[in-house]
Design a protein around this ligand. Sequence first.
Ligand code: ZN
Length: 142
Amino acid sequence: MADVVTCSACGKRNRLPTSAKGLPRCAACHVSLPWLVEADEKTFAAAVSTSVPVLVDLWAPWCGPCKTIAPGVVRAANEFAGRLKVVKVNVDVAPGVSAKFGVQGIPTLLVLRDGKPIARQVGALPADRLTAWVRGAIEERS
Ligand SMILES: [Zn+2]
């Protein structure tokens, strides 16, 4: 599965891999692209195996607060392009991922570094607080 993202600098549409060794860059102008992908139980390990911290968004289609925070998650992907990968996991299709991290309720956001959780946020929060929380998590430990 590959997502397509439009480069905010030059407008070129780029295909985005679920997992890759390096960071995704625009094929035309080479700026870092926001890296937001969806993963399931099969692809999760590869998706979070990357050199940058990973924001994991555990959500489900029936979860209202999950929809509320979705724009904030997209904003974090854009704001921290080149420094953060965002992996969205639908817990209905990937219950094993929530079990792995002991997640009791959604929305739950995790920041992983080298596959291990370094920060956890349970429940909805506004986009500005969400991005501030992500910034704190990824800058504190780097
Ligand atoms: Zn570009």
